[in-house]
Design a protein around this ligand. Structure first.
Ligand code: PAF
Length: 292
């Protein structure tokens, strides 16, 4: 039996850990907070979907196990640097934001890192309770040479729609562009994703943010054969009732991932001498909201 470690007990971490455990993969969910880990150990993880509600009890640990077949990192981007990871274990990041794969590569070596993104949408309801709001594709690949077989097999066994890419940097950027359009606006306006499509002003602003982010991606050599504006609007529609991860953070008075999303776009745009005026204003507003 393969052994998966999922780091991060947020909405997506709970969803992935519960689904892996449910299909018979030996799963450890890592929650560094002792008290919350004790609660999770007792009550397990309950996942609500449109069709059913189920509870699974993966192993809960406060430290990353020294050995397993692969590690799935689903912590907030600003926590990546703090992870104490075992060497030589395939380590897959599906986190939001730019820079996670580079940070992991510096910690465990690029040849042990896989990176990508997921469009699975999950909402955190309470400790150990999440709603699976929408299914979506999960795409990842080797940052340099890490074999993808172990996570691919287990995640497919758990019923996730997996595809393997030779350009994980592009996959990460594509998701970041989408997040740069949706997440800050939902956080600032306190609305679900679908609401952004309903008013001309928010639709336009979302489009402008996506265009700015796409230009910065282009400056880093990433070009997309399709419109990321249309892609963002499609994801907004598909996750219409979802509360974005950034709005979930604001509501729970947690630090958001604005730094790894809009902050990185701003920084990289400045490096490439590309103006990103709307991204800058949105970034400043979310920082101000976080400080409230
Ligand atoms: O961060 C999120 O919330 C998700 O990536 C997405 C796709 C915007 C859906 O809510």
């Amino acid at each position: 039996m393969s052994h998966a470690t999922v780091i991060g007990p947020g909405a997506l971490g709970c969803l992935f850990a519960a689904r892996l455990a449910r299909c018979g993969v030996k799963t450890t969910l890592v929650d560094y907070r002792e008290e919350r880990a004790a609660v999770l150990r007792k009550i397990g993880i309950t996942v609500e979907t449109a069709e059913e509600t189920y509870t699974e009890k993966p192993a809960i640990a406060t430290r990353i196990p020294a050995s397993c077949d692969f590690i799935l990192v689903l912590t907030k981007a600003h926590s990546t640097r703090e992870l104490r990871l075992p060497p030589k274990t395939p380590t897959l990041t599906l986190q939001n934001g730019l820079g996670n794969a580079e940070t992991l590569a510096a910690a465990v070596g690029a040849s042990h890192v896989l990176a990508g993104a997921t469009s699975e949408a999950a909402t955190w309801l309470d400790v150990g309770r999440v709603r699976h709001a929408a299914s979506g594709r999960t795409e990842f690949g080797a940052w340099t040479t890490c074999p993808a077989d172990a996570p691919q097999a287990s995640l497919q066994q758990a019923g996730f729609d997996i595809s393997i890419t030779e350009s994980p940097g592009k996959t990460v950027w594509e998701k970041v562009v989408v997040n740069a359009g949706i997440n800050p606006l939902t956080a600032l306006l306190n609305v679900s994703n679908g609401a952004l499509l309903e008013k001309r002003e928010t639709r336009e602003l979302m489009r402008d943010l996506v265009v700015e982010a796409t230009r910065v991606a282009g400056a880093e050599g990433y070009h997309f054969g399709h419109s990321l504006v249309e892609e963002t609007e499609r994801i907004c529609e598909a996750t219409r009732d979802n509360i974005s991860s950034m709005l979930q953070d604001i509501r729970q008075k947690r630090r958001t991932e604005i730094g790894a999303i809009s902050g990185e776009i701003l920084r990289r745009g400045q490096n490439a001498m590309l103006p990103t005026p709307r991204t800058k204003v949105i970034y400043q507003l979310v920082r101000a909201l976080e400080a409230e």
